[in-house]
Design a protein around this ligand. Structure first.
Ligand code: URA
Length: 305
């Protein structure tokens, strides 16, 4: 059997190591050198075995044969604090205290007021609206708020959806293309525009004229209610689904609301299509005209043929 063929004998290895240490003059080895941790050789991951297999002897930690000076601990340099620059955040919108005061504006609180006092309160309300930031997106995007326009004690109040581009620039409701059609409808009913109180569910233009979100309509509703309580119209005409849903607090669409004898706080009310919808679907003008004739009959006014 050649040397290469001899089986490995660990005891013989240890004997040879001890002999060589003795020859080198080393008489004993300390069991532990202070500050020196005996390195541990990595142990191979234990394989998952079947029941029949005998596990091979795992590699064991081998103590280092000679003391090794402790490795000085080098202090890591302090990591400089990172400066993170954040984009400026919009200032948080605090709920306006004035908005809560709106709850005190209601039917009974405006009963004893003179015409002048109601006009003054309406002007104060418009001023409050102009500073409203309850809907951050609308407040950021608008050119100006669009309050209502028209006389107190108006015989008719028309409520639309929200200002469009023209209204946002001018600060007056229904002055664009839909407004011109509204003027024609009012004329056909025997009204001058100046005789009618005109306003919207929202006082800000939604970006790209999108449909107002529910929260936006709810945020703006106290303004609408306070307006109606101060103007005290004799009859209300809701134009479009947004006005119908918001004022009547219903999930019903126009189809279910048209032709019904409805009321808001005791004020008779009618629902019809929005003029902008009529511009897109002119065939619906005939239905609107029927709604207007029913409304005029309820108002006790002359109904055109
Ligand atoms: N549409 C509305 O609902 N209101 C306006 O003021 C203009 C267009």
């Amino acid at each position: 059997m050649s040397m290469e063929e001899q089986p490995h004998d660990p005891l013989r290895d240890v004997g040879e190591l001890v002999d060589s240490l003795r020859l080198a003059g080393i008489r004993f080895l300390p069991r532990q050198v202070p500050g020196f941790a005996v390195p541990v050789l990595p142990v191979a991951a234990t394989p998952v075995l079947s029941v029949e297999q005998t596990p091979a002897e795992p590699a064991r930690p081998v103590p280092h044969p000679l003391p090794v000076p402790p490795v000085p601990v080098v202090q890591a340099p302090p990591v400089p604090a990172r400066t993170i620059t954040l984009a400026p955040r919009p200032a948080p919108v605090a709920p306006s205290e004035e908005l809560f005061a709106l709850e005190t504006v209601n039917e009974s609180s405006t009963q004893g007021l003179s015409l002048e006092e109601r006009a003054a309160r309406l002007a104060a309300l418009a001023d409050q609206v102009s500073r409203c930031t309850k809907c951050p997106t609308l407040a950021r995007e608008r050119t100006r708020t669009v309050f209502g326009i028209g006389p107190l004690d108006a015989e008719l109040c028309v409520i639309g959806e929200a200002p469009g581009a023209q209204e946002d620039l001018k600060g007056e409701p229904f002055v664009g293309e839909a407004g011109q059609l509204l003027d024609k409808i009012l004329q056909a009913c025997g009204f001058q525009r100046s005789q009618v109180y005109i306003c919207n569910v929202l006082r800000c233009r939604p970006p790209a004229n999108r449909v107002p979100e529910l929260i936006e309509a709810q945020n703006c509703k106290p303004f609408l209610e306070a307006t109606l309580d101060l103007v005290r119209p004799r009859f209300i005409c809701l134009m479009g689904a947004t006005a119908g849903r918001t004022v009547l607090e219903t999930g019903s669409g126009i189809g279910a609301l048209r032709g019904r004898e409805l009321f808001w706080r005791g004020i008779p009310l009618a629902v019809t299509y929005h003029p902008a919808y009529l511009l897109r679907y002119p065939e619906k003008k005939r239905d609107t005209w029927e709604d207007m004739k029913r409304m005029l009959a309820r108002m006790g006014r002359a109904v055109p043929p």
